[in-house]
Design a protein around this ligand. Structure first.
Ligand code: PAF
Length: 282
């Protein structure tokens, strides 16, 4: 595996390849990232992974400074997973001057859910992903479905800017108890780690209610929020959305959408000081 830290060197190195498959990350890699790398392998003649903790997508009160940087372990894991090129630019390399040009995703997709609770998050994500795309110039890019809204925003960005990149979603990997793998799971204390699966279970309970014919979505969402709150969580949202556009479905459409795999349950909640997100396609 080649480790490259500058854009010029990356371009030079990748000029020898015909088809690049790209997995952008912020490091602190877990099996979910490595599964994306493995998924990327047959899709290109070079698999490029980036590690860059992107300051632009963190709110001032968020964990940019403390976000775990696990360079040695990440390199070893990537090597084993079959990564060909690790692109790890410094902040100075990627943002040599304040990033005045930014990418603003459409509000109807990016100002709800994560965008509502983390204003500016998707501007930061789109801006860095656009820039990383410009550096790597991949033919294929892979993003985890755990960040479902992020995946949708990036798909839309690629489509609207007519970027010649195929965007592929990788399925969410889960621990044995069902907790979605996430870099932020590392923040959980032992007790919190045991509790953390309740977010996935809450989404499952909502899915079961939909299968049983529930159509009163506000009531269903309120019950789910209350149940998590009673366990000591601080939920931001537990919600039923249309998969196509993340909007709230009309009650009359719920049965048909549920029958045709057209719904998505999404949840975000704080456990102690750790904010976890998860989702479930139904
Ligand atoms: O999902 C992430 O790890 C980040 O949001 C991404 C896509 C690497 C952009 O910084």
């Amino acid at each position: 595996m080649q480790i490259i830290k500058t854009i010029a060197e990356l371009r030079e190195h990748l000029s020898g390849f015909k088809r690049t498959a790209f997995v952008p990350t912020m490091g602190n890699l877990h099996e979910g990232h490595l599964a994306l790398v493995r998924q990327a392998e047959p899709l290109g003649d070079a698999v490029v992974v980036s590690i860059f903790v992107n300051r632009l997508q963190f709110l001032p009160n968020e964990d940019f400074d403390t976000y775990p940087r696990t360079w040695e372990a990440d390199c070893q894991a990537l090597e084993r997973a079959g990564c060909d090129v690790l692109f790890a630019p410094s902040e100075q390399e990627l943002y040599p001057e304040p990033q005045g040009f930014t990418v603003h995703p459409p509000t109807e997709l990016a100002n709800l859910l994560e965008g509502h609770f983390r204003p500016g998050f998707f501007v930061g994500v789109c801006t860095v992903v656009m820039k990383l795309f410009a550096c790597v110039q991949p033919q294929v890019a892979l993003f985890g479905k755990k960040d479902y809204q992020q995946l949708m925003v990036i798909r839309r960005m690629v489509q609207q800017f007519a970027l010649p990149i195929e965007v592929i979603g990788g399925k969410t990997l889960r621990a044995d108890d069902g907790l979605a793998l996430s870099s932020r799971n590392n923040y959980l204390s032992q007790g919190e780690r045991q509790e953390a699966v309740q977010l996935a279970l809450a989404l499952k309970t909502m899915a079961d209610a939909l299968s049983a014919g529930e159509t009163d979505l506000p009531a269903l969402e309120a019950r789910a929020m209350l149940a998590l709150k009673a366990r000591g969580w601080k939920p931001d949202y537990l919600t039923v959305r249309q998969r196509a556009d993340l909007q709230t479905p009309a009650a009359a459409h719920v049965p048909a959408l549920a029958a045709n795999a057209g719904l998505l349950l999404l949840g975000a909640a704080r456990l102690g000081s750790t904010r976890l997100i998860d989702n479930l396609e139904v």
